[in-house]
Each structure stands twice: as structure tokens, then as C-alpha cells.
Design a protein around this ligand. Structure first.
Ligand code: SF4
Ligand code: SF4
Length: 450
């Protein structure tokens, strides 16, 4: 086993991981699912069904619309009752397919058994795309695209991300304990397709049982190893993971493939195994339910498309004596506050946190005291205080020069700021504007060249 490693910057928020000992509980199929066509980065798929259609569990509901696109599948058997705009957990309305279940007992999907590792690489990628596999750590990048780097970017190392550095989340931890063989199989498939020589599973030291188990499973595998990592947020960021394990720095504006690496989440690796060995589509995932308002915090296997309020109810509901103040999709550092609990669990939903007023309390905003704590905490070595001033004054070109597009929105600066400045909100806005400006400039240059 390797020695513990880490990256520069970052911080240690309270761990709040109370559900790590809670085995995954599969929830029964919900009565209704709302399945957005867009659950990934890239073009939404084209719908294949219309209102009134009868669908089987696992049936494709859409086809990819281009290379950077992924299909979605029916997560329950039933009837399509609507195809239209529904609220998405990202806070926008987007096209979704609504299925009402038959209410009949469900037969399990019939897995087709193949030795996935003996398949040609193109067939492996085809199966991954057909199953709708996307990054399940929250990034939701279509997996088959990540497995198709240009020939000029050879990949020598694959890292599986089992860090789960966000406080409160334990879904990946449980998956590593309960489905380690699938995860290792997914890692081998990714390495085969990319012709990578080394594979690591990065896990923070606060999960010693997962480190021990996977280390045992990898004994005798010369090119595979567990990389135990120091507990520090955001250790699970791709760039931080690569720095910690391989001591390689992804250049500003670059991607892991620029330094010969591909990173996949452990849940994605398990889904890759199911897609390739058994041709099973991605129709469910493990979600941590936590926060002081829920009766039964734990880890649940939930059908994609289950409305969040129905998920909470199926898991035992809320405590009547603790009023609900805020619900977050994802972790407390990078998750999104939900404004509507009818939005569905999607492929990238790692957790649902139900917080009381005390947990959600906002600290009052004051003025910057130039303490420099945000600079020390930033894992991307940015100057958050300076960047905020530039965004406030709409100095987009300077914000770009200072690297605003490298901000990973991890929230370390805001967490540590004694003035409680809304730094991440500023950077989200700034990144959008700077990105749009750069695209406009590039388009204008292209037009001139014609
Ligand atoms: S949110 Fe952006 S600026 Fe703030 S610490 Fe994270 S990477 Fe740095
Ligand atoms: S941490 Fe907050 S108060 Fe301190 S320099 Fe950064 S923005 Fe200013």
C-alpha cells in the first residue's frame, strides 16, 4: 500500500458522516418517475417515446443526440403520461418523460452475461454509451467520451475516485464495501480501453474498512493499488487527486488527459461493469439521505427519476418535531439547495440532506478584512478576494487573466471567510460571463478569418 498523500490548500470541515455504517437499502419502485432527458454534460437525447406508450423497465426513452450525449432509460415499467417541461434539480425547467408505474410486481432485469474484458474496445464503449453511463460523482460527463481521448493524449494511468470528501456523504463508501468486485472490474475495463498501465483507487483515510477491503482484493494485481489519502477537502477534486497520487499538475485550463490520466468515480466504475458485462442500463443509484430532519438517515438504492419528496417518504420521512429549513442535493460544500422537492433524483445525485434551521443558519455578511485566509484555503492557488473585486466591478478580462475559469467552485474560500462573503456565487456568475465573452471573441476571430 502507498503512504498517505495529499495536495496543497484545502481545509477540514466537520465530517458529518454519520451514515457510513448504514448498509445500502434498496427502496421499492416509486409509483411515478420524472426522467429528464438531460442528466449529463452535453446535448440532451432525442425522445423515443410519446404520451400513452407502454414502457418496460430498462427500455431506452431517448437516443443520444451526438457524440457528447447519453440516453436515459425507464426506471420502472408503466405508461408514459407526459413528455414536457418539468423542473430539474439544477433549478431550470427541462424536457422530461413522466412514467406512471403499473403497480404490478416487477420482474428483475435479465442480465446478459458476457466476459466484458474479452470484448473489443469499441464494443465496450458502445455498451457504456447505450447504458447511459455518466460520471456519477456529480460531474455527469458521458463516460464513453472520457474513454475516447485524442490519439495525441495517451493515457498511462486511471484513477478511481473513492475519496468522497464532501461532508455527510457516504454512498461511495458503502458501495466500495458492498460491491468491490464490480468496482475493480470497472477499473480494469477502463484501463483496457485506454491502454493504461497503472490503476489506482484513491480513498481518504477516514474509510479504513474500504481501504483494507480493496487492498486485499487487489493483492497480487501488479499494476493496481489502493492510494490512501489524507482527509482534506476537496481531496476528491480531479486535479487534487492527480496531484496527491501522481505528483502531476494539470495545467491551467487543461484536463487530466493532458497529464496522461483519466479519473472515474467508483460508482461510475460499478455502472461500467453492469453495462459491459451484463448490458444493464443505469436506472438506479445509491443516494445518502442525511440531516437532522430525517427519521432514518442512511444509504438507499433509488430509481432514477424518483421525486425527492417521494424518496424521503419511502425512506421513513421527516421528523415532525424538527422543522425542515433547507434541502440540499449533493454535499454541503458543493451541493445545490432545492427549491422544489418534486424534482427527481438523477444520475448525478449523490446525496439529499434535510437540514434544520440550525444546520442551515446563514452567517451575516460583513466586509473583507484582507486576512488572506481564502488564499491559503484555495486548492487552485487562486486569489479569491481579488477575483471577487474584479467580478463586482465587471472587469472580466482581468478576472480571466487571474484564472477565474480554473475555479472549481469548491467553496473552501467562502467556508473560511470571516466576512462571510458570497465568494462562490460571484465566481459562478463571473465564470459564466467570462466564458461567454471568450466564446464571442473566438467566434468573431473565426468570422474574420473566413
Ligand atoms: S471556490 Fe474557487 S476560488 Fe474558492 S477556494 Fe474553491 S477553487 Fe478557490
Ligand atoms: S477570507 Fe474573506 S475577509 Fe479574508 S481576505 Fe478573503 S475575502 Fe477577505
Amino acid at each position: 500500500m502507498l503512504n498517505t498523500r495529499t495536495f496543497s490548500g484545502g481545509l477540514h470541515p466537520p465530517d458529518l458522516k454519520t451514515t457510513g455504517g448504514a448498509a445500502i437499502i434498496p427502496l421499492p419502485p416509486p409509483k411515478k418517475v420524472v426522467i429528464p432527458l438531460s442528466q449529463h454534460i452535453g446535448a440532451p437525447g432525442k425522445p423515443l417515446v410519446t404520451v400513452g406508450a407502454t414502457v418496460e423497465k430498462g427500455q431506452p426513452l431517448s437516443e443520444p443526440n451526438g457524440f457528447v450525449s447519453a440516453p436515459v432509460h425507464a426506471s420502472i415499467a408503466g405508461k408514459v403520461v407526459a413528455v414536457g417541461n418539468f423542473m430539474h434539480p439544477f433549478g431550470i425547467a427541462s424536457t422530461a418523460i413522466v412514467i406512471e408505474g403499473t403497480g404490478e410486481p416487477e420482474p428483475p432485469l435479465s442480465p446478459v452475461a458476457t466476459d466484458g474484458l474479452s470484448l473489443p474496445d469499441e464494443e465496450i464503449k458502445k455498451r457504456i454509451q447505450a447504458a447511459g453511463v455518466v460520471g456519477m460523482g456529480g460531474a455527469t460527463f458521458p463516460t464513453h467520451v472520457k474513454l475516447s481521448p485524442p490519439a495525441s493524449k495517451p493515457i498511462d494511468t486511471v484513477i478511481l475516485n473513492g475519496v468522497e470528501c464532501e461532508p455527510a456523504l457516504t454512498a461511495d463508501h458503502r458501495l466500495m464495501l458492498e460491491e468491490p468486485d464490480k468496482i475493480i472490474s470497472g477499473l480494469k475495463l477502463v484501463m483496457k480501453v485506454l491502454k493504461a498501465k497503472r490503476g489506482y483507487i484513491g480513498i481518504e483515510n477516514n474509510k479504513p474498512d474500504a481501504i483494507r477491503l480493496l487492498d486485499e482484493k487487489l493483492r497480487g494485481e501488479e499494476n493496481l493499488a489502493v492510494a490512501p489519502l489524507e482527509v482534506k477537502y476537496p481531496q476528491g477534486g480531479e486535479k487534487q487527486l492527480i496531484a496527491a497520487i501522481l505528483d502531476r499538475e494539470v495545467p491551467s485550463g487543461g484536463l487530466p488527459m493532458d497529464v496522461g490520466v483519466v479519473v472515474q468515480n467508483v460508482a461510475t466504475a460499478a455502472a461500467i461493469h453492469d453495462a459491459v458485462f451484463h448490458q444493464l442500463p443505469l436506472i438506479e443509484r445509491v443516494v445518502t439521505l442525511a440531516g437532522s430532519c430525517v427519521k432514518n438517515p442512511g444509504n438507499y438504492r433509488v430509481r432514477i427519476g424518483t421525486p425527492v419528496n417521494e424518496f424521503i417518504a419511502a425512506a421513513g420521512g421527516l421528523k415532525p418535531e424538527v422543522p425542515l429549513a433547507k434541502v440540499i442535493s449533493g454535499g454541503p460544500m458543493m451541493g445545490l439547495a432545492l427549491f422544489d422537492l418534486a424534482v427527481p433524483v438523477i444520475k448525478g445525485t449523490s446525496g439529499i440532506l434535510c437540514w434544520s434551521a440550525q444546520e442551515a443558519a446563514l452567517r451575516p455578511e460583513t466586509t473583507c478584512i484582507r486576512c488572506g485566509r481564502c488564499i491559503e484555503a484555495c486548492p487552485m492557488r487562486l486569489l479569491p478576494q481579488r477575483l471577487k473585486t474584479l467580478v463586482d466591478h465587471q472587469r472580466w478580462a482581468q478576472a480571466y487573466e487571474l484564472g477565474i475559469l480554473d475555479c472549481m467552485e469548491c467553496g473552501c474560500c467562502a467556508y473560511t471567510c470571516p466576512a462571510n462573503l458570497p465568494l462562490v456565487q460571484s465566481f459562478k456568475l463571473g465564470k459564466k460571463v467570462v466564458f461567454a465573452e471568450r466564446k464571442r471573441e473566438a467566434d468573431a476571430q473565426k468570422a474574420k478569418g473566413k
